[in-house]
Design a protein around this ligand. Structure first.
Ligand code: ZN
Length: 138
């Protein structure tokens, strides 16, 4: 069995933002040379998510609106976590949207269902953050 590890970085210029990272993940699979296996992709920070869904801008807007209803950014004082920081909503949004995804690799390609794409979802941006890609297989 082979393994391959890579980190990719993001510096989203706004507090929240969503990036399709499917190509980055597929490029890492290509670099690994692994044809049959599993890839794990996880946000390495507790205020960002990695998830799989459709690459459709209306849906991305709907996620933003839905998350703001569940865990509104403001007012900051509604959260006990805030004070030194102001990112309690980002921690909660990260937990709702998830930490990681695991995908099958078949014949060197991401073995996706229809319309599946991998996204990085930033909830407390304006700084550099990392995503871990770990591939195992042969
Ligand atoms: Zn915090």
């Amino acid at each position: 069995m082979k393994s391959y590890r890579k980190e990719i970085s993001f510096n989203i210029p706004t507090r929240r933002g969503l990036v399709n990272i499917t190509r980055d993940v597929q490029n890492s699979i290509n670099e690994s040379g692994i044809k049959e296996g599993i890839v794990l992709v996880n946000a390495m920070h507790i205020t960002a998510s990695v998830f799989i869904n459709d690459d459709e801008s209306g849906l991305h807007h709907d996620f933003e609106v839905w998350l703001e209803k569940l865990a509104p950014e403001k007012p900051y004082h509604q959260y006990q976590h805030n004070g030194f920081e102001d990112n309690a909503d980002a921690h909660i949004k990260r937990t709702i949207m998830g930490r990681e995804v695991v995908c099958a690799i078949t014949n060197g390609k991401l073995d996706f269902g229809p319309w599946e794409q991998i996204f990085y979802f930033e909830f407390d941006g304006k700084r550099t953050k990392r995503v871990l890609i770990k591939i195992i297989g042969e």
